[in-house]
Design a protein around this ligand. Structure first.
Ligand code: 6R9
Length: 655
């Protein structure tokens, strides 16, 4: 399959050299690649160029405790001051930081001066609630400005935030709170989703019922819906901020002070708390916002459509653009509420010039049709970006033609929660783009594709994507589990960071990322682990065993397909009452409740057996063949080779 995709991709020879006008004004330059030859000196320059340090650093990189890096040794700074205060001090307090647009149509423009006020007050409130430097604060919010305020208030205090995507369930929130031992959770009564208020507070109440580390809950009023209230524990955000001291003196923290934890799916069921620290992370976020997104803070209106609950929201809504003092759009809702032209209407209205979104969204818009974007004036756009999964050349071409008016460069940016910031991308104004290729490592980063033995493969062939040298925004570990960090990323190829992605280099040395090679799925740009969903299914009383695979899906990249073996009581019950369809619906909802709606399987197939090796490992490769309606591959290592026939004949032909 990967081979097939690849031969298509490698025939892709359309190139799009930068327009002269764009190149003349671009932040990125060819010289950056040359300057990066001495990478320590290069990163030291970027750190001093983009950030304000209260104490300058000495040594650039300390790799003596590899694979845990330390960057910008001895340097001290405050991330929130870098993202807010210094812009106000420089006289840009009146500049809009956020053009907020709520799903129901309410709008709010928040300047850097207003943000400064809010962040200071919120920091004071957290202190009053007992939050000290180093304490963790969970944030469980919709896409509203207070999410940014809460994150920056934590950063200001040196209290690492742990943002949990608002679409996750109470159970997911509970396990993340427990793993990070968060002391306070910031939430809202709810948010607007597809035209209706969608409650959040009940999930928090549920997640912290029983034994918990949470002492206080700060609640933002967004929808005005009724909420249950626990006196002494729950506090209204607006009341607390109003009563708080308006100023807060920020402290500087060590460059390696933890900035946040963000949970992401791994190959086992337990999500990994990815740890990021301050100086290196912020440097690479600001640098890439500047040279890859080409943000010109005085003139651009930038919009990244990601949710704050994913790393893209952390790095390219909060830390990168705000370190530069950019003006951006923040939108609460979905792209098709109340109509399928909503995004394009916002771009025309706010004159958005730089737009960053995901291939899954682009493919959905392609399906809805060109008439929606065509109905709006998109001429303000000058640069488009893509992130989250491979973008197929057809979607790339559509994006450029329909959204970019055949004029804008596209940056296809490869990176991960773990890398913290963009690692590979064309540099707009410098590189000639290839539809579907993430192209080259950015200046300062060294990527490679290696074979099974860790040897670099020649141009024109494929293998595993690795990173050869430490980079400033790299993760500093997995929260509370250093061994798992070493094991997951550094054990496969000693001395190299293994990203978990398969990739190819074309004959010109361009990079084509092909997707995950481990048991992690990528559904609409969201990482989900097969094991996590299997565990959720097996937690249902009617399920005996489950195997989950990611099947190629034209719309979402991959889709979750589950194979379940029912407990015998459930089988006879379903047969007798002819309630198979109801049971499948019940199981899909169960997964949504356990993990969140994005993890809902597209399809659940009830089977009598699962294909297993003699050592008992489920052969997901074979199930993927079934899910993708292909000829089933080699079954010789199965303990019982007739199992696949049983599965195929047992399946309802409508599947
Ligand atoms: C930023 C983000 C990381 C995984 C990564 C890869 C896939 C991201 C991509 C891409 C091809 C791109 N991925 N960007 N694949 N081309 N431009 O998405 O972080 O949620 O941790 O996912 O996403 O498979 O390994 P995260």
């Amino acid at each position: 399959m990967a081979e097939e995709t690849l031969s298509n991709l490698l025939q892709e020879d359309r190139t799009f050299p930068p327009a002269d006008e764009f190149a003349a004004a671009a932040n990125g330059t060819q010289e950056l690649y040359d300057q990066a030859a001495d990478s320590d000196a290069f990163w030291a320059d970027q750190a001093r160029k983009y950030l304000t340090w209260d104490t300058d650093f000495g040594e650039v990189l300390d790799w003596s405790e590899a694979p845990v890096a330390k960057w910008f040794i001895g340097g001290r700074l405050n991330a929130a001051v870098n993202c807010v205060d210094r812009h106000v001090e420089a006289g840009n307090g009146d500049r809009v930081a956020l053009h907020f647009i709520g799903e129901p149509g309410d709008t709010r423009d928040i300047t850097y001066a207003e943000l400064h006020d809010q962040v200071q007050r919120a920091a004071n409130v957290l202190v009053e609630l007992g939050v000290q430097t180093g304490d963790r604060v969970a944030i469980y919010l919709p896409m509203i400005p207070e999410a940014v305020v809460a994150m920056l208030a934590c950063a200001r205090l040196g209290a690492p935030h742990s943002v949990v995507f608002g679409g996750f369930s109470a159970d997911a929130l509970r396990s993340r709170i427990a793993d990070g031992e968060a002391k306070v959770v910031v939430t809202a009564d709810g948010g607007y989703r597809r035209g209706k208020p969608s409650a959040l507070k009940p999930a928090v109440d549920d997640a912290i019922s029983g034994e918990t580390t949470i002492e206080h809950v700060l609640v933002i009023r967004r929808t005005g819906s009724e909420v249950d209230w626990t006196e002494g524990r729950d506090h209204w955000w607006h009341e607390a901020l109003e009563a708080a001291e308006p100023t807060h003196e920020a402290e500087s923290f060590d460059s390696e002070h933890p900035l946040f934890i963000l949970y992401t799916s791994g190959t086992t069921g337990k999500p990994k708390g990815i740890l990021h620290t301050t100086g290196g992370y912020l440097t690479q976020c600001a640098y890439t916002s500047h040279v890859v997104h080409d943000v010109h803070p005085e003139t651009d209106v930038y919009w990244c459509t990601a949710d704050i609950g994913w790393v893209t929201g952390h790095s390219y809504i909060v830390y990168g653009p705000m370190a530069l003092g950019a003006t951006q759009v923040m939108y609460e809702g979905t792209p098709d509420t109340p109509h399928k032209g909503r995004w394009w209407e916002i771009i025309a209205d706010k004159k958005v010039s730089v737009f960053y979104t995901a291939p899954t969204a682009i493919r959905a818009c392609m399906k809805w049709g060109e008439e929606f974007p065509n109905a709006h004036d998109l001429s303000s756009l000058r640069l488009l970006g893509s992130v989250g999964e491979p973008i197929n050349p057809e979607a790339w071409m559509w994006y450029r033609r329909v959204i970019g008016g055949d004029r804008t460069p596209i940056v296809d940016t490869w990176w991960q929660t773990e890398t913290g910031a963009i690692m590979a991308s064309p540099l707009p104004g410098v590189t000639a783009a290839r539809p579907g290729s993430t192209q080259l490592a950015i200046p300062g980063v060294e990527l490679d594709v290696v074979d099974e033995t860790g040897k670099s493969v020649p141009d024109g062939s494929g293998g595993y994507l690795v990173i050869r040298k430490p980079w400033p925004a790299m993760l500093r570990g997995i929260w509370g589990d250093l061994e798992r960090y070493k094991e997951t990323y550094w054990a496969r190829f000693p001395g190299l960071y293994f990203a978990g992605d398969g990739a190819k280099k074309d004959t010109d040395g361009n990079l084509w990322v092909l997707g995950r090679v481990d048991d992690v799925m990528n559904v609409s740009g969201h990482r989900l682990s097969t094991t996590e969903i299997e565990s959720a299914l097996v937690s249902h009383p009617k399920v005996a065993e489950a195997a989950v695979v990611g099947a190629t899906d034209a719309m979402t990249g991959q889709a979750v397909v589950a194979f379940v073996i029912l407990r015998s009581e459930a089988v006879s019950e379903a047969d007798e009452k002819g309630e198979g369809a109801e049971l499948v619906a019940e199981l899909r909802n169960h997964v949504a409740k356990e993990i969140g709606p994005i993890a809902k399987p597209r399809q659940i197939l009830v089977v009598a057996e699962l294909p297993k090796t003699r050592s008992g490992k489920i052969m997901r490769r074979l199930l993927r063949d079934v899910a993708e309606k292909r000829e089933v591959g080699d079954v010789t290592t199965l303990a019982d080779s007739s199992v696949m026939d049983l599965i195929k004949t047992g399946l309802d032909p409508a599947g």
